[in-house]
Design a protein. Structure first.
Length: 325
């Protein structure tokens, strides 16, 4: 689920869709892309075209979109409206004949064995600075879990491997999904099956040994009391917009929107404009979520671009202006 409660998804190279890209425009969509859907306006939008053989999708705390891949690197980064490499022979050229170029996968330094399909950008605040903001990408084919740094290169990124998070000689270890939980732990769904191929149609996959793993500090399990954010007060939700764990930041933003808390609008506007050192130390994420909620509450444009101090904030303002629905 994206920052405006839009459903975001990636399509693999074999997928085909017939959809309404705008309310009055029907288009055949074939091949890889990142798309999003607004359940309120029922508008489907291609966020970025292309993307290799994509798996998984994650949005970091600055609103940037990434996906895993079936290739031997750490996937792709997508700007809204961008064009990426795809299966040209199978799906033909880009839909825009005036797109004079396209993005490749992020350049990668490190292990280039296929494939890092399961994918998450860790921003849970629990595992420490060595993992914060890193790509954590299980490789189910080689029974390990990568940790990779993202390094900005112009409007794109390159990646560099660091020490693996998990390695094992167990050939049954097949982590096929990954994510960050509300406790800040890193979670993996392990298929746990020596077979990982779809070549044979014979149904002899193991169906009894799958499990879920959590990676946490060796010092002990995190202590998280039961909670219900739907019952949280406005003050509590405002505070959670600057929580160290992105899971809480996103959920608090959603609750403010779902509950229509327009009374929080003045405070959200101040958070969006705040440029003092203390607010910067708490991170820009709270301000970004504040801009989402402020725009939703207004039902229109947000704080003027010239009053947003962060280049990423101004970029997000532009993306909101180009959003459908």
């Amino acid at each position: 689920m994206g920052p405006r409660r839009l459903a975001l998804r990636r399509e693999r190279q074999y997928d085909h869709r017939q959809c309404f890209v705008r309310r009055d425009e029907e288009r055949e969509v074939e091949g890889q892309c990142i798309w999003r859907y607004n359940p309120r306006s029922k508008v489907f939008e291609i966020y970025a075209e292309g993307g290799g053989n994509t798996f998984s999708l994650d949005i970091d705390s600055k609103g940037r979109v990434f996906s895993g891949t079936n290739a031997g690197n750490r996937g792709m980064h997508y700007e809204q409206g961008s064009y990426g490499v795809k299966g040209w022979g199978k799906h033909g050229p880009l839909t825009n004949p005036y797109a004079f170029g396209y993005f490749e996968h992020m350049a990668h330094e490190g292990d280039n064995r296929r494939f890092s399909q399961a994918y998450a950008i860790y921003e849970g605040g629990l595992l420490g600075s060595a993992y914060e903001g890193r790509i954590i990408a299980p490789n189910s084919l080689h029974n390990l879990v990568y940790v990779s740094e993202r390094i900005p290169v112009g409007s794109d990124f390159r990646t560099k491997d660091e020490a693996n998070l998990v390695t094992t000689p167990d050939r049954w270890f097949r982590p096929v999904c990954a994510g960050v939980g509300p406790d800040g732990g890193f979670y993996m769904g392990d298929w746990y099956d020596t077979r990982l191929s779809h070549v044979s149609p014979i149904d002899d996959w193991d169906k009894s040994n799958g499990r879920i793993y959590r990676i946490r500090p060796a010092s002990g399990a995190p202590k998280l009391k039961p909670f219900d954010l739907h019952k949280a007060s406005g003050d509590e939700l405002i505070g959670l917009l600057s929580h160290q764990n992105e899971w809480f930041r996103k959920q608090a933003a959603n609750e403010i929107g779902w509950c229509g808390m327009k009374e929080l609008l003045p405070r959200l506007i101040e958070m969006a404009k705040n440029n003092d050192e203390q607010a910067r130390a708490r991170g820009a994420v709270g301000r970004r979520h504040a801009r989402w909620r402020e725009r939703r509450a207004r039902g229109g444009s947000i704080v003027a671009q010239r009053r947003l101090c962060s280049p990423l904030g101004r970029a997000h303002h532009r993306r909101q202006g180009e959003s459908v629905g």
